[in-house]
Design a protein around this ligand. Structure first.
Ligand code: C3B
Length: 835
């Protein structure tokens, strides 16, 4: 026998094997050895930790064998750079993707525990704000499932998105403590730490070969330590890595200061460094002057690129071929400084000639834009940028000069065009435009839905489109069916599988086979029965946690997403008040009972969004307790909307609210999750709604509202919301009721900013869309009563959502932007080192 045979441990042995008895023993062992507890004194969280570690052990052979692939020189790896990864809880999806959910359920049941109770223990890593971060998480899952070698690079925030509590109907932010009981899903790799520099100055010098060079003399250095999290693909061996960086002091103490007796100075330095990755910035906050945010961005980007260069060189790679090893995707402008950092690393540190380095960079990067909102387009004040990254500013000037020379030829010296294109905004105070840096430094630029990609070309990136039309693409977003159907809606998944088999899980287009059952009475009955059961579960949960009784037979009308004026939760509120007024006018009116469910966080500094939450909760308080209403309308605000809390919500919806002002929502992804789970959509022609409507059929979608063209026309012709207010009696009555203090215990000041903004300004055109929305909602109500029709529409929505799988989106990125192909991972046995 060879040494390998004698000393190898087969992956199916008792540590990684999956017999139920082994599992039970492993959980008991982990409880004892890792948690240090006997079962009698263990908390539920101890059991969760023991189980999580058991599952982690099981995926280790897959993970290590996947990592081995990254190192093979011929393998091209996708590096997804994102300041946010909103993963949601790990345990449930990992059990599903490893195919061991039932086995584990049984193993814990034998110990007298319910798997659901253990799943509920997990504190999700809330390392993102909303759609953008969640998209990154879906994409990581699809990359693994499709067996694409990929690494996600981001920031290991100690405090993720805040927890939301409601006090007296107002949002209160509470710090997120996701790490307080430890995180079983990560492995720190201090041996792979890298150094990141900040501040200081640059200096020219001549190298040994007489070439002109620049060196950067930084003012301070921070250490980046990677923490690795496995991302398991569905029923494949591929288990990719999410590598998140934590900032630490370069020395755990500044020894020089220590020796000089400046103990506290040394400690300050340590605290200063660790601050860098303390907290995730919430969206929708003005960033100017937020130096720490720029520091975060540069920090993780520099860590990531240094890491990639090390991997590439470790595999014997030449830096001139760096782009053949890595396809780097910039998830919005947050990591855009990567363009300058890669140039610095190649030119200053590895001495490539500028042109060669530039070609490598451009071939490496792709850039995804996620928003057209002007306030979200990042730009950094030049003095701030220059003081933090002096060398990068020089590099950006150089890139800009060469770029503008090229553009000058194209635009025949049109100086206005050149000023618009420049990487530096010089129209007033000077800024570095991060979107421009990303566009110039990338070979591909994409939007996230067809409409959005078109608008990009016509508006914010118009000049770049004229220059480089071939760089522009569309990649419509998608969501992973593993989390957003199989995991969150097991009953519906089972019904689907009973009828069409399991292939849909990885080939979501297979759902189309359900079309054959859309008219089938028995199937319709089962479909309805499941929806009813899932609604009952949510109703029970709401009763238990919020003490609000809701009717599971009512129409569940749900809007869950970040709270923002452009998403128009307050338009939804105007509809609620309109219905309420109808009841007050005619208490016997025959209306479809509805439960309005809201959920979402407002950015802590976004006063109007916080007031929107208060208006929802205030209307809820009045309407829910008015005996005249007779429970025909209920309004619920679910606190602390996050991935965990969202999973029972999508399956329970009858109606999905996607009512943003046309042109404002880049894509949306919640819209896809709802429809996939059989909710019908009421929506505007915005973002991916347009494509969802095309896919499910116009007759199965409730469309209303102004189109983009109409929005533009209205705004150009001088929109006056006051006119709409005066000429629409129901609207006037609804607004007056808010204004009168009716929902605020007589306080007429409370909602004045909201009302004034609507009546005098209304930048998101709520009043212009109000009548169309109400009419459309009336149609929804009528249609809901035609039970069979509604059920058919619901089935057809699910059946036709195949396109919106993140697998489809990732396949398109692989083919059109990254040029990478799947590689299946072989489970080589683990070989012990020679004794
Ligand atoms: C969001 C957009 O607002 C959504 O329309 C879109 O579906 C997702 O990104 C994913 O593409 N977005 C976000 O969550 N945060 C930003 N800073 C910009 C866009």
């Amino acid at each position: 026998m060879t040494t390998e045979q004698t000393q190898s441990i087969q992956v199916e042995d008792d540590r990684s094997g999956l017999g139920i008895e082994t599992l039970r023993r492993a959980i008991a062992d982990n409880l004892f050895y890792l948690q240090g507890k006997w079962p009698e004194i263990a908390t539920l969280n101890d059991f969760y930790m023991a189980l999580a570690n058991t599952v982690r052990d099981r995926l280790m052979p897959r993970w290590l064998n996947t990592i081995r692939n990254y190192r093979r020189s011929e393998v091209r790896v996708v590096a997804y750079l994102s300041a946010e990864f909103l993963l949601g809880p790990h345990l449930g999806i990992k059990l599903i993707n490893l195919g061991i959910e039932e086995l584990v359920r049984q193993a814990v049941a034998d110990s007298g525990l319910a798997l659901e109770d253990l799943l509920a223990q997990e504190e999700e890593p809330g390392l993102g704000n909303g759609g953008l971060g969640r998209l990154a998480a879906c994409y990581m899952e699809s990359l693994a499932t499709l067996e694409i070698p990929a690494i996600g690079y981001g920031i290991r925030y100690e405090f993720g998105i805040f927890d939301q509590e409601l006090r007296d109907g107002w949002q209160v932010e509470v710090t997120d403590k996701w790490l307080q009981y430890g995180n079983p899903w990560e492995i720190p790799r201090p041996e792979s730490a890298v150094m990141v520099r900040f501040g200081g100055r640059t200096e020219a010098y001549t190298d040994d070969e007489g070439a002109y060079r620049v060196r950067w003399i930084p003012a301070r250095v921070v250490k980046g330590v990677p923490y690795d999290t496995p991302i398991v693909g569905y029923y494949v061996n591929t288990t990719n890595t999410l590598r998140l960086w934590r900032a630490e002091a370069a020395e755990s103490f500044n020894f020089q200061a220590f020796n000089q007796g400046d103990y506290y100075g040394a400690v300050d330095q340590k605290i200063y460094s660790e601050n860098l990755t303390k907290v995730l910035y919430p969206n929708d906050e003005p960033l100017q002057g937020k130096q720490l945010r720029l520091e975060q961005q540069y920090f993780f980007v520099s860590c990531a690129l240094q890491d990639m260069i090390r991997l590439h060189r470790g595999a014997g790679g030449d830096l001139r071929q760096f782009h053949q090893k890595f396809a780097v995707q910039l998830n919005d402008t947050h990591p855009a400084v990567a363009v300058a950092e890669l140039m610095r690393l190649l030119v200053d540190e590895h001495r490539l000639p500028w042109d060669a380095a530039w070609e490598v960079s451009q071939s490496t990067f792709g850039f995804t834009n996620h928003t057209l909102l002007p306030e979200a387009l990042e730009k950094w004040p030049l003095p701030l940028f220059g003081s933090l990254l002096p060398r990068h500013l020089e590099i950006i000037y150089e890139i800009n000069q060469r770029f503008l020379d090229q553009a000058r030829v194209h635009f025949l010296g049109d100086s206005q065009k050149l000023a618009q294109l420049s990487l530096i905004d010089e129209s007033g105070e000077r800024y570095v435009r991060m979107a421009h840096l990303a566009c110039v430094g990338s070979h591909a630029i994409n939007g996230v839905a067809e409409l959005h990609s078109e608008l990009l070309k016509q508006t914010v990136l118009k000049d770049f489109y004229q220059l480089w039309p071939q760089k522009f693409q569309n990649k419509t977003n998608g969501v992973t069916p593993r989390r957003w159907l199989l995991l969150c809606n097991p009953r519906l998944s089972q019904l689907i599988t009973e009828h069409i088999g399991t292939d849909w899980v990885c080939q979501l287009e297979q759902l189309r086979q359900l079309e054959a059952y859309a008219e089938d009475r028995e199937f319709q009955r089962q479909w309805r029965q499941i929806k009813r059961a899932v609604k009952q579960d949510l109703a029970d949960h709401i009763q238990q946690t919020l003490n609000i009784a809701i009717n599971p037979d009512s129409l569940f009308d749900i809007q869950v997403k970040r709270i923002h004026e452009y998403k128009r939760q307050h338009l939804n509120v105007l509809h609620i008040i309109t219905l309420y007024n109808r009841i007050r006018r005619n208490p016997d009116i025959d209306i479809v009972p509805r439960t309005f469910i809201f959920g979402g966080k407002a950015a802590p500094g976004y006063i109007m969004a916080k007031l929107m939450i208060k208006v929802i909760t205030s209307v809820a308080e009045v309407v829910n307790n008015d005996p005249q209403v007779c429970d025909r309308i209920k309004v619920v605000f679910l606190p602390d909307y996050n991935v965990t809390n969202s999973q029972p919500v999508y399956p329970a919806a009858d109606l999905s609210e996607q009512i943003s002002t046309a042109g404002k929502e880049a894509s949306g992804t919640g819209n896809m999750k709802f429809s996939l789970n059989g909710a019908l959509t009421i929506g505007t022609l915005d973002g991916a709604n347009v494509e969802i409507r095309q896919a499910v059929g116009a007759e199965n979608f409730f469309l209303f509202g102004l189109t983009i063209e109409e929005v533009q026309q209205l705004q150009e012709s001088g929109y006056n919301p006051w006119d709409y207010y005066n000429r629409t009696p129901d609207l006037k009555e609804a607004i007056n009721l808010i204004n009168s203090g009716f929902f605020s215990h007589g306080n007429r000041e409370l909602f004045k900013p909201l009302v004034d903004s609507l009546v005098y300004d209304d930048p998101y055109l709520l009043l212009a869309d109000y009548s169309a929305y109400i009419d459309c909602q009336d149609t929804v109500g009528q249609r809901f009563r035609e039970t069979d029709t509604w059920t058919r529409m619901s089935i057809l929505n699910s059946a036709r959502m195949g396109y919106f799988s993140s697998d489809r989106a990732i396949r398109e990125y692989c083919q059109d932007i990254w040029h990478v192909t799947p590689i299946s991972v072989q489970l080589k046995p683990y070989v012990q080192a020679d004794a």
